[in-house]
Design a protein around this ligand. Structure first.
Ligand code: FES
Length: 77
């Protein structure tokens, strides 16, 4: 499974004590790229639960679609 993610941030988000989840006492950082609260996990990763390991996905406007795999210069050598 591969997921294409488009980000527009140009700098880091520094974590502060206020970023701790009051109930769980931790900070969950998004690793799927789909969170509307990026860099924090908002549960959007649940949408990836049924992804096929051999496919590449684009998530856009609330929809998911399968696309041809993108090959970067590093991989084509
Ligand atoms: S890991 Fe991305 S929303 Fe949870």
């Amino acid at each position: 499974m591969t997921r294409l993610v488009e980000l527009d941030a140009t700098g880091p988000r520094k974590l502060s004590p206020e970023d701790l989840d009051d109930e769980k006492g931790d900070v969950a950082v998004c690793q799927c790229g789909l969170s509307d609260s990026f860099p924090f996990c908002d549960g959007s990763h649940r949408r990836t639960a049924d992804e096929d390991a051999d496919e590449t996905y684009v998530y856009e406007n609330g929809e998911r679609r399968v696309v041809d795999r993108v090959v970067t210069d590093d991989e084509s050598e």
